[in-house]
Design a protein around this ligand. Structure first.
Ligand code: AMP
Ligand code: MG
Length: 407
């Protein structure tokens, strides 16, 4: 029997970050940048109006007040888009829209709300200081400035910024491509009629979704029966599009545990009993000409998902170049007594909440590794270390926070 940490270390010593690739902007979303992004031009690119209003020389409106407004002739309009040929002469003004280039001669913009909104002439009720309501060129980003550095995780804002400085492609670590296979002759596709004794394959949908949530591109192959030849053929077929293979089922000591049989023969895959609950039997190694990593996860639905959290997710995060690999961990007070088998690391399905400013966890499921509905109520896993068998109510426990998010 090996420990969870030993198994994870072995996995992470084999897994490497994927080689950087130039991707289109939207394909780079969610990836980690491996280049610095430098703005060639300033942002804003030119002085422009921050409001809809009137471009003026501020000295011309210095005396404006509600009692004695200043009235200026309006010599033209400038909209966002075309560069304006207009010049604001002394005693005149130009109507201007938000984002329009400042006309020469003007040094401030009066918001339309401080005027009568006139078209031929405009009545201005308040003065403005020089520079008012002008967005200056380079105020956000200077020409030559590095706006995003290598290692940045590209969320929505970073994608917007890259676009704003003119980048349509970015060099990033690509998303790992994960192929998910369920094994078991008892399995049927969701939505198809079930013969007696058969069950629906919930692992391939769950693991595919988990891989997507971890940032991967995931392909759900679905069900392969417990037949060594079919399994070997499927895995060999899938290798071309896989950076990682994930199988579920067939790794324990039953008579039809074909994953163990097939993978042991295909590459360097090793099967271990890992001191954890749930999820004790685990396979990991590499197969095929490119030494593709393969995870042989146990078949029980909760075991498969907890194993994914403990081993596959960190591996996928490492391939993505994301740090840290692991989910956030917090310490929380347990609302009830918890027990854990001696010598094993337990992952207990809990609900994590906050009570009077402190994190509190409460179990939401029994420990059976078939209790998937119980797991669906958990937003965290309480992690009870190998050398702890009891946690008293009110004592603290380490908790892995499972954020629920889409892709
Ligand atoms: P195994 O690891 O193949 O012995 O499977 C352990 C248990 O998990 C058995 O009760 C299986 O029927 C169940 N199981 C295996 N694969 C799946 C799957 N893809 N979806 C749901 N349950 C499964
Ligand atoms: Mg099986």
């Amino acid at each position: 029997m090996i420990s969870v940490s030993e198994h994870l270390e072995r996995i992470l010593s084999v897994i490497e970050p994927l080689h950087p690739l130039q991707l289109g902007l939207m394909d780079a979303h969610g990836c980690v940048l491996t280049e610095d992004v430098v703005a060639e031009d300033p942002l804003p690119g030119f002085d422009n109006s921050a409001v809809d209003g009137y471009a003026v020389r501020c000295e011309d409106v210095a005396t404006a007040s509600a009692q004695s407004p200043v009235v200026l002739p309006v010599t033209g309009d400038v909209a966002a888009g075309p560069a304006s040929p207009l010049r604001v002469q002394h005693g005149l003004c130009v109507r201007i829209m938000t984002g329009a280039m400042m006309p020469a001669g003007a040094d401030a913009v009066i918001p339309v709300e401080w005027t009568d909104g006139g078209v031929a002439t405009v009545r201005i009720d308040r003065p403005v200081p020089a520079g008012a309501n002008i967005r200056r060129s380079g105020e956000d980003v200077a020409a030559g400035e590095t706006v995003l550095t290598a290692g940045t995780h590209l969320g929505a804002v970073q994608i917007g910024l890259a676009a704003a400085v003119g980048r349509s492609r970015l060099v990033v670590r690509p998303r790992p491509r994960v192929v998910v296979v369920s094994t078991g002759s008892e399995l049927a596709e969701a939505g198809t009629p079930l013969a007696p004794g058969r069950i629906v394959d919930s692992n391939s949908p769950a693991l595919t979704a988990a891989a997507v949530e971890a940032g991967a591109i995931a392909y759900r192959v679905g069900i392969v029966p417990d037949d060594p030849r079919q399994l070997a053929a499927t895995l060999e077929d899938q290798l071309v599009r896989a950076d990682v293979l994930v199988t579920s089922g067939g790794v324990s000591v039953g008579a039809y545990d074909v994953v163990k049989e097939v993978l042991s023969r295909l590459g360097t895959v090793q099967f271990d009993r890992v001191a954890m609950q749930p999820g004790m039997p685990q396979g990991f190694g590499t197969i095929g000409p490119d030494s593709t990593p393969v995870f042989g996860l146990p078949g029980n639905p909760v075991s498969a998902l907890v194993s994914f959290e403990a081993f596959v997710r960190p591996a996928l995060r490492k391939m993505l170049g994301a740090t840290p690999y692991e989910r956030p961990r917090v310490r929380a007070v347990s609302s009830v007594a918890l027990t854990s088998p001696k010598g094993k690391r337990s992952f207990l399905r809990v609900s994590l909440g906050v009570d009077q400013g402190a994190y509190v966890v409460t179990p939401v499921s029994g420990t059976g590794s078939h209790l998937l509905a119980g797991m669906s109520r958990a937003n965290a896993l309480a992690v009870v270390p190998e050398d702890v068998e009891q946690i008293a109510a009110g004592d603290s426990v380490e908790v892995l926070v499972l954020e629920r998010r889409g892709r």
